[in-house]
Design a protein. Structure first.
Length: 187
């Protein structure tokens, strides 16, 4: 299933069609994210809005249509949102990205309270530098970043996936309303 998470109508339509076909989802991971980095005075309106639309509004557009069907299962469930270290402490040139990722943290914490009585957990994973196509920084910036990371390396996607897998498991049924950082000790 492919759709634009920033498009509310398209997202809801595709997700509800999938739920109609396969049944309610027991777990949902919202991990869409883009960056359009620039110093705040130089950010264009499009740079601001497009990052907020994908990174924050995309969470609403994906998770909201899943909630009532998930509740109808009466079997608990899991919701995970991928935030970022930038959402916890901010980052130069990423006011738009940091705002969106911090917004996810607030949304997930509120959702965790709302859904707790249904045994549905909601948590954020906040990665630092992870070896993905999204990381495109020059040599000097990389050197500075490595100095800020006690483990002196970038994380691997499989390490983030392992954390997500654990949070989706039954062993994580008492973990909710948390922001779990995976950043080599950066923050």
């Amino acid at each position: 299933m492919i759709f634009d998470v920033s498009n509310t109508v398209q997202s809801k339509s595709k997700i509800l069609a999938s739920i109609e076909k396969v049944g309610p989802y027991w777990g949902v991971i919202s991990n869409a994210g883009i960056t359009k980095d620039n110093a705040f005075p130089s950010l264009s309106e499009d740079d601001w809005k497009s990052v907020i639309d994908v990174d924050l509004n995309g969470f609403f557009n994906v998770v909201q249509p899943c909630i009532m069907p998930m509740i109808s299962l009466k079997n608990g469930g899991r919701i995970i949102a991928l935030s970022s270290v930038s959402g916890i402490c901010g980052n130069r040139g990423q006011a738009n990205y940091s705002a969106a990722k911090a917004g996810l943290i607030g949304a997930v914490k509120s959702l965790a309270i709302e859904l707790a009585k249904r045994k549905i957990t909601a948590n954020c994973i906040a990665p630092g530098l992870i070896e993905t196509e999204m990381v495109q920084i020059n040599e000097l910036a990389m050197k500075m970043a490595m100095e800020a990371i006690p483990l002196r390396r970038m994380g691997k996607p499989k390490e983030v996936a392992a954390l997500a897998s654990f949070l989706m498991s039954s062993e994580a049924s008492y973990i909710t309303r948390q922001v779990i950082s995976i950043n080599g000790g950066m923050v």
